[in-house]
Design a protein around this ligand. Structure first.
Ligand SMILES: [Zn+2]
Length: 325
């Protein structure tokens, strides 16, 4: 966990490394931005840079005992609290406060990282405010959150907020080629599906995603050639798995969107799934533009109904009948 190994996020990293070099680090930071884009990694990289023992610019070497301990979660002066979506209770905050009041054992600073900081309840947040009002001199606090608006305004105003933006598709694709050894086409697909999150891009099952898209393409393009009886029977099967049906419709929307984009721009790089190009071209030949827009309305409308907990059977039967006309 070093700044050097973080993909993207040049701006936040520049702000932090400059503050380190000039000795102007704040006492408390908020790292905000969408889930899974690398905020927590950056918090650990900052912790490593602060406590790194190697001489020279303080960027975190990744090799000294301190950097290693931080990477393995075993550094006595670096504490991580993870809400895991559950309330952070006041007892936990008090415990951390008494620990922060101590001198660092071996590092330059005591560092507290709270991941999911918006989960502090009112009592915890108010207790925590005391620490922010009178921070111990050798402590650094990093609140990590995808919902900064969920923090008390009095907490926000006492921290320096650093915003992390989703990674661009190009940056993600490039990193996925390097880290997962993917082909350009596969990396480009996953980069679109990961929506700016390196974490998601690394975790996603490529073969599963590709197979699901082929299945969806077969389903959505085959409806017009399917008999009404067969349509109803397929609808019944799909309706049994609501989540599966939602994913299927999402992929239908994604593919139709790709077809429209290809038709309007001719630019393959804008497609989510370049592999579907031939299919999209066929669709564009087969259907007038207006029909494609109508189908898009039907798909997105069905998705909304599913979100509103309307009967899956009803939604999918209606959708199939209209798309199969
Ligand atoms: Zn080091």
């Amino acid at each position: 966990m070093m700044f050097a190994t973080i993909i993207g996020h040049e701006r936040p990293i520049n702000i932090l490394t400059r503050a380190l070099a000039n000795n102007t680090l704040a006492h408390a930071y908020i790292f905000s931005g969408q889930a899974g884009i690398g905020k927590k990694l950056a918090a650990f990289a900052l912790a490593a840079a602060v406590n790194c023992r190697k001489a020279g610019p303080r960027t975190g070497c990744g090799e000294c005992p301190s950097c290693r301990k931080i990477a393995s979660g075993g550094h006595p002066d670096v504490h991580l609290v993870e809400s895991g979506g559950e309330e952070i209770k006041i007892d936990r905050i008090r415990e951390l406060q008494s620990d922060l009041a101590l001198k660092p054992f071996e590092g330059e600073k005591k560092i507290l990282i709270i991941d999911g900081a918006e989960e502090m309840n009112a009592a915890s947040a108010n207790a925590f405010l005391k620490t922010l009002e009178e921070p111990p001199g050798d402590a650094l606090i990093i609140l990590v959150t995808s919902m900064p608006q969920g923090l008390l305004p009095t907490i926000r105003s006492r921290c320096q907020e650093i915003r992390f933006l989703p990674l661009s598709r190009q940056t993600l694709a490039h990193a996925l080629i390097e880290r997962r050894g993917l082909s350009e086409e596969d990396a480009w697909l996953l980069a679109a599906l990961a929506q700016g999150s390196m974490g998601r891009g690394l975790e996603m099952d490529l073969e599963q995603e590709k197979a699901a898209r082929e299945e969806a393409a077969l389903l959505w393009t085959g409806l017009a050639q399917t008999s009404p009886v067969e349509l109803l029977s397929r609808a019944e099967t799909l309706a049994k798995d609501r989540e599966g049906l939602e994913r299927m419709i999402d992929m239908g929307i994604e593919q139709l969107r790709d077809a429209l984009v290809l038709r309007e721009t001719g630019d393959e790089r804008l497609l989510v799934n370049v592999r579907g190009k031939i299919l999209y071209e066929q669709r564009a030949e087969q259907f007038p533009l207006q029909r494609m827009f109508l189908d898009m309305d039907l798909l997105t409308g069905s998705r909304v109904l599913l979100d509103r907990r309307v009967s899956a059977q009803l939604v999918v039967e209606n959708l199939f009948m209209k798309l199969g006309r």
